[in-house]
Design a protein. Structure first.
Length: 411
């Protein structure tokens, strides 16, 4: 049984929401998040900057969190947020024109993680968890809901669509062309219906936000709950989470083919920018080497273990480590490239950096993710990228350091 908690929230002002809500983290024009934030002081990206986004010398974790909290206070003083008058659940919709994704925003008890009601499928990077835990303890606010999937029944789907048939609280289109709509679910009868529907959910699967959940489990980081958005798994779509490694000198295709041995069939696809290099199925990886794409087809014996047989595991264990000497997921030479245009981004990186080698993966099916989670296992870090992603800055919740879930000090 899953418990959900209505929250007190601050909502971006209707006439300013389009410019206030932060764009998807990895889609900032030019990739310079700090410059973008400085240019747009009323955008919530100023609150989500990490230490790595700042120019040298980079500030420490506490300084970043204090700056974020101070900037948000400035946004409040400028009248950019309005307090919703009561506790509520919220429905949040993203519509790209090609895909519409509707989810329910609520608080989830941290205890649900240890109780096995919330399952993750991806590993985390300790430094990122430390950064987020420090932010939560210092800034005591969040606007980036953890995304979770659940196996919805027909009553779940009908309830969400019925609540979303009402006039929205916010309705705007951001600079990226994505329409965003928000509804408040504040009527006591509707709140009770949402709580009853949530009680029928057996397990929630984290689809985005493993680091936020891990940070929320740290002592004193959050008030016993974290902000979440719940999606029916049938409506989720995963994109590939690709890799790029930066070497002083990349090995030749002949050397790579020799090092791969008999477990991989390496076939040239064509030049960067001139071919569709995306993998066509599970078990296939595309590699950009010296400006040319190659298809790597696995023809060895697949491990029986559900994690070891994943394409991302095969890439790291059989290619990145033994062939290129990049074995750690935290190796500074390794970059993660995700999103709608991930392959084109790899090509741009390859053109500017001669020693760069890129790898494109086939998106893992949602069923693969839930199977790993059900088995109590985790995929390697940065294995899945679900789209579209909820944005930050539309809803903000804050908490007192002593607040408890359901208590008077909730966000």
């Amino acid at each position: 049984m899953t418990a959900v908690i209505p929250v007190e929230a601050l909502v971006a002002r209707a006439d300013r929401a389009a410019e206030m809500v932060a764009p998807q983290y990895d889609s900032i024009p030019g990739g310079d998040r700090y410059a973008y934030a400085v240019e747009k002081p009323d955008c919530f990206v100023n609150v989500t900057l990490s230490a790595a986004d700042f120019p040298e010398p980079t500030p420490g974790r506490s300084a970043v969190a204090r700056r974020a909290a101070g900037h948000f206070e400035g946004m409040l003083h400028r009248g950019l947020y309005e307090a919703f008058p009561s506790e509520a659940f919220f429905l949040y919709e993203l519509d790209t024109g090609r895909r519409r994704l509707l989810g329910m925003v609520a608080g989830l008890p941290v205890a649900s993680v240890s109780e096995g009601l919330i399952l993750g499928h991806e590993g985390t990077l300790e430094e990122r968890v430390d950064d987020l835990a420090s932010f939560y303890r210092t800034a005591r606010l969040t606007s980036s809901p953890v995304a979770l999937g659940f196996r919805a029944d027909e009553d779940h789907l009908r309830l969400m669509e019925r609540l979303a048939a009402r006039p929205p609280l916010r309705d705007f289109t951001g600079p990226d062309g994505v329409r965003q709509r928000l509804w408040a679910v504040a009527d006591p009868a509707d709140i009770a219906e949402v709580e009853e529907a949530a009680a029928r959910i057996g397990v929630l699967y984290i689809t985005d936000g493993h680091h936020r959940v891990a940070a929320s489990c740290r002592a004193g980081a959050v008030p016993g709950w974290f902000l979440a958005i719940l999606y029916p798994t049938a409506h989720l779509r995963a994109l590939e989470y690709n890799r790029s490694i930066r070497l002083e000198k990349a090995p030749s295709p002949v050397r790579v083919a020799r090092a791969l041995g008999g477990d991989w069939k390496m076939t040239e696809i064509g030049p960067s920018g001139g071919v569709d290099a995306r993998p066509r199925a599970v078990g296939e990886i595309s590699m950009l080497l010296e400006g040319v794409w190659h298809r790597l087809g696995f023809r060895g014996a697949l491990p029986s273990d559900p994690v070891e047989r994943l394409d991302v595991s095969l890439l790291h264990e059989l290619i990145l480590g033994p062939v290129f000497g990049v074995s750690s997921y935290e190796d500074p030479r390794l970059s993660f490239v995700a999103g709608e245009e991930a392959v084109m981004r790899i090509e741009r990186i390859g053109r500017s950096c001669p020693g760069e080698v890129g790898f494109a993966l086939y998106p893992p099916p949602v069923e693969q993710m839930t199977a790993v989670a059900d088995a109590g296992r985790t995929m390697p870090p940065k294995s899945t990228w679900f789209t579209p992603k909820p944005r930050s800055g539309l809803l903000v919740v804050r908490w007192d350091p002593l607040a408890e879930p359901g208590g008077g000090g909730a966000p």
